[in-house]
Design a protein around this ligand. Structure first.
Ligand SMILES: Nc1ncnc2c1ncn2[C@@H]1O[C@H](COP(=O)(O)OP(=O)(O)OP(=O)(O)O)[C@@H](O)[C@H]1O
Ligand SMILES: [Mg+2]
Length: 257
């Protein structure tokens, strides 16, 4: 079973951070020890899960041992911020945008020092290609792709599939795509969404998750509060369609192991 999972799509705003939080919190509530790594210099995941981190001394310049940037600065022992027993977080700051391909190996060695403490490590990727996305894919066993049923977002999927196969061939032979999940579906879907979803399923028949995630305003509110939707507004969780997706995700991990 893959335990280091990159959540990616270089297209911005498709729901990478929201899915990471909802998925990780679901796994944590099932007793799994989860580490969240914020690979986006915007620190959206860090702000949501551990808002106190950003104002800590040394955090902005990356020296803090709970900042992901610290793990790129040498072979170091990171100290993830403890939110609960099962939820540990490494936040980020603008400094993270400075990492280059040269820092990949320091990060990988720093991760090796702590990874055995966790059942799952979720890496929330930035909406861009470059050293950060490459590092995430170089150290992960699985990549979970988030997409909207929309043109630009599907272009991002195609590009990411190419990058995944290149990184698998040259750098990380164990890297597999666990699946592509469609987020922000309308109920009922628009004509364009129906067409784009059909296109995506035709291109990647076995990879697109059967279950979809739907648009519901409560997802944004939950994210602002650092909560999974099921914690923040349980009566809206069904609308989001997350439970079926989480079950399918776990089944795929086990099948693919
Ligand atoms: N299913 C959903 N229903 C409603 N709003 C959603 C849903 N998924 C994500 N959002 C909202 O869309 C916005 C973008 O989501 P999110 O930040 O998770 O995307 P992202 O891919 O991580 O973005 P970025 O590329 O900037 O990192 C946020 O305001 C979020 O709350
Ligand atoms: Mg994000």
């Amino acid at each position: 079973m893959g335990k280091i999972i990159a959540i990616a799509n270089q297209k911005g705003g498709v729901g990478k951070t929201s899915v990471t939080i909802n998925l990780g919190k679901t796994m944590a509530s099932q007793g799994k020890r989860c580490l969240f790594l914020d690979f986006d210099p915007q620190n959206n995941l860090g702000d949501a899960l551990a808002p106190e981190l950003a104002s800590m001394q040394g955090f902005a310049n990356g020296d803090h041992p709970s900042n992901v940037f610290f793990m790129f600065s040498g072979i170091v022992e990171a100290q993830p911020f403890v939110v609960t027993e099962n939820i540990h977080v490494m936040g980020s700051s603008k400094k993270l945008a400075n990492v280059t391909q040269d820092n990949i190996f320091d990060f990988a060695d720093s991760l090796d020092k702590i990874k055995d403490r966790y059942d799952f490590i979720f890496i929330d990727c930035p909406p861009s290609v470059g050293a950060l996305q490459h590092t995430a894919l170089a150290v992960s066993e699985k990549v979970l792709i988030i997409s909207q049923a929309q043109g630009q977002s599907i272009k991002g999927v195609h590009k990411l599939m190419t990058t995944q196969s290149q990184i698998k061939k040259r750098l990380n032979p164990q890297l597999e795509v666990v699946g592509i999940v469609i987020n922000l579906s309308e109920r009922p879907e628009t004509k364009n969404q129906i067409e784009k979803e059909a296109e995506l399923r035709k291109d990647y028949p076995s990879l697109v998750f059967e279950s979809k995630l739907y648009k519901t305003v409560r997802v944004s509110e939950a994210l602002e509060n650092g909560q999974a939707l099921v914690e923040y507004a349980p009566s809206h969780a069904e609308k989001f369609g997350f439970n079926a997706f989480a079950d399918e995700f776990l089944t795929r991990l086990e099948v693919n192991s």
